[in-house]
Design a protein. Sequence first.
Length: 276
Amino acid sequence: MNERVYLVNQKEVNEKNTVQERNNPQEPSAGGLNRIKKVIAVMSGKGGVGKSTVTGLLAVSLKRQGYSVGIMDADITGPSIPRMFGVNKKPENIGLGLLPAESSTGIRIMSLNLLLENEDDPVIWRGPLIGNAIQQFWNDVVWGDLDYLLVDLPPGTSDAPLTVMQSLPLDGIIVVSSPQELVGMVVKKAVKMANMMNLSVIGLVENYSYMVCPKCGERIEVFGKSRGQEGANEAKVPYLGSLPIDHKLANFCDEGRIEEYESSETSDMGSWVKLD
Ligand code: ADP
C-alpha cells in the first residue's frame, strides 16, 4: 500500500528548509528558538478511554492557573484536540515555521487535522511518516515561550506511540485508564513501555470512574468499585485521581467549548505537573 501524504504544508516546509540551509545556514529555525519548560505526554493503553479529553482538561487547568500552554496533537491517525477547542484555522507559515492555532483562551494548538484539506480525511501513515510529522511539529512549529507543551500520544503500546515518545524530549508521562482496563494488563503494559524508555511516569488517572445521579446526587460506580489506587499501586506509579462520567463534559467537548467546562474534579489538575 502506498503511504499517502496529506500534510499539505510538508513539501513547502521541506523546500523552505533546503533553500534556507543553502542560502543561509546560520538562519535560525523555529525549533531552535522555542523555549519550552516542560514537555508532558498523555498516553493510554487503548483508545477511547479519554486520553485526549484529559490532555485538554489539563491544558485548561494549567492555563487558568496562569501558565502558557501548548498542545501537540500527536494522535496522528485520530486527532481530536482541535474540535474539542473549537479551533479550525489553518496554521500560518511565517517563513521560520508554522504558527500554531490559538484557542479562545490562548492555548497554542498544532494538529494534523488543522493541515488537512478536510478534517474528516483519513490519515493512512506508517511509523516513519508519523515520526516525520512529529519531528516537524517539534522543529518547524513556532511554539515560542511555553511553560508546558502537552502531547496527546496515539493510543496503545504499538509503533505509533513508540515513535512519538522517541522523537520528543519528554519530561514525564501521564497514563489515562478506564476502570475496565485497570483489571487487565493494559495499564501495566503502558507503564512498562514508559519505564523501558527511561521516561518518568507522573502518575495514573482513572477516567469514567463513577457518575453522580443528577436527581439524588448519589455517586454510582457504574463499572464496579474504583480500582484507580489499586491499579496505580500494582503498576508502581503515583495515583493522580479519578474523573467521573459527565455528560456535560462530553457535550462541551463535542461543541468545541472545553475551555468553558468547570468542575471540582478537574480544576486542580494543573498541580499534577508542577514546574520545579
Ligand atoms: P481517547 O483520546 O482516549 O481516544 P477521548 O478523549 O477522545 O478518548 O474520549 C472519547 C469520547 O468520550 C469523547 O467523545 C469524549 O468527549 C468522551 N469522554 C471522555 N471522558 C469523558 C468523561 N469523563 N465523561 C463524559 N464523556 C467523556
